[in-house]
Structure formats: C-alpha cells, structure tokens
Design a protein around this ligand. Sequence first.
Ligand SMILES: [Zn+2]
Length: 360
Amino acid sequence: MAKMKLSSGVVTGSQLQDIFEYCKSVPCALPAVNVVGGNTANAAMQAAKEANSPIIIQYSNGGGVFNAGKFLDNTDQRAAIAGSIAGAEHIRYLSKLYGVPVILHTDHCARKLLPWVDGLLAAGEEYFIAHGEPLYSSHMLDLSEESLEENLATSKAYLERMAKMNMTLEIELGVTGGEEDGVDNADVDASRLYTQPAEVLQAYDVLNGVGDFTVAASFGNTHGVYKPGNVKLRPVILKNSQDKIHTDRGTANDKPLNLVFHGGSGSTKEEIKEAVSYGVVKMNIDTDTQWAFTKPIKEYMDEYDGYLHTQIGNPDGPDKPNKKRIDPRAWVHQGEKGMVARLLEAFEDLGSRDQFDLTK
Ligand SMILES: [Zn+2]
C-alpha cells in the first residue's frame, strides 16, 4: 500500500478523517501526547519529524493553565482558555518549520470544565471566519461520570456546534481508571472500567450523521503507571463494539469507529498492537513522556552536582564560573531529548513510524 502523503501544519476536517481511515487500514495509530508548553510541544514535533508521521498534540485543562503560567487567576477558566490558545498558536506557527502535520487536540473536559471548551470554541469560530479552518482540530468531552443519556445529549449539542467548523469531537464511554490532572478514578467500581458494546452502539446512533467523532471506550485502561493489579486490559471490547455496529447497522466499513486508547503509558507492546488492530487510531501518552522528560534532567543534576551549588567555583577550580551548567537551556533540552526518544518508541509500538510520506 502506498504511504499517505501529507503536508506540514495543523490538520483539520476531512483530512483528519482520511488520516484516521488510513491508520485503520495499515493498521497503525498516532500517539497523542500531552504537552504543557513550548518545550514539550517542540519535543513532540521533533519526534514526529524523526518518525515521519503526523502526531496528535494535546493540552489538558491543567496543561493550558500551566502554559499560561500558574501565577494567573483562572476564574471562569480564563487562564486555561488563554494558555490553550497560546499553545495552539505556538504549534501552528512552528509546525511548518518542523515540517510535520499536527492534529491539535484538548484532553478530558468534565462538565465543570465546559467553560474552558466553550471559550476555545468561541476562539475557534473566530479563527474559522478568518482562516476557513478551526484553531483546534478536535476537543474531547469527558462526561463519563454522568448517565449515558446525559453524556450523549451534551456531546451531541457540542458536536452540532463543532461540525459547523469541521471539528472532530472525542467522547468517553465508561471510565478510565487511575488519576490524571486532578481527576481521581482510582476507586471507581471495576465494572465501570469496561464499556458495553451496546453503549457504544447507542453513542453511534446519537452522533452518527451529526459530525465527525472518535470514541474513547474503556476496556480496563488506566491513567498513570501502577504495579499490575486486579484490573485486566480487555481490548476485545473494542473489537466487539466495532462488530456490533458493523452488524446491527450494516455499515460498509467493518471498523466504523475511530477509537481512542487512554492511559497508554505502561501498556505492553502486545496490548497496544491488539488494540490498534481493532481500530484504535489515537493512543494517549502522558505519564511515560513525563518520566522521559524528567529522568535526564535528574541525571544532569546528579552528574553536574559540583557545578550547581554556587555561580562561581566547581570541581575544576574555586574561581571557575558555572554559567554554562546553570543555564536552564542546558538542562531543559536534556528533558526535550528524553521525550523525543520515548515518543519514537511510541510511534514504533503503534506502527506509525515511517508509515507516512511527509516530503510533499
Ligand atoms: Zn485520558
């Protein structure tokens, strides 16, 4: 099969749907990496460049706040909105220089955070009028704490608004276990960690025809990396969901859904491969890339410990300056490189490395 050709810059609308279809046919999936500012975003773009693949870069609500600066007041989500917009503009501005296609996305948004996505949609609509495309490619709503009916009714209303500017909506069914970004599902009832294919069908019936959407259906996946416990990953739930829609609704595509795998960190290569074979096109990775960023910085601090206690004086002599070692650029870049290396491993695991032609 010929590799899919893509140009650099932010991908939205039908081109994004084409990428997802291509991914399912390969099959492969794209890493969706949480970033918290320019450094992590640049590392993500560099990784995509080295992997010859598009990448999904996402801001969580907390990531948006952090990008704006934790100093700011976040009343009415204003710091989260501004930080997410600034983050998107950074990536829009630089992705062409990196030469990579980027899918710009926002992560989990529970009902109490809806003013954040509302603000981003308002900015997206303004951007759409000016540029003919939305600012972000897609947003996620996570109303999985609510009843399925409430979840789908609100998701549908948002998708109606988003479809007008060719945006994609990600919804969550079931609950992703573990803790992330201040939301703790560590003690949720185990049955809720597994979505029923009938629920996925219900979501399909509500959203199909309204606009483009992806589904994060839980199959025992958890946020964060923990010691193996009682929760078992059952990717077959994803296959059963695809089969049910294909059979019950007679879809031409035997993988009618574009599925999302949350909590990819800490998963085995076999589990990832199986999930991708069932139509997962996006796998979120956060904890593993956080570790990949922090670890080399810790090593740097340890290695140059003798140079990092005072501005003058180190193991080379009492009068020697330490400017080179204490410059944040020296050690932050170590973190960026660590993150690039971990993302390349993710592209490899997901089968998307060198699967695209970015020379166009
Ligand atoms: Zn998640």
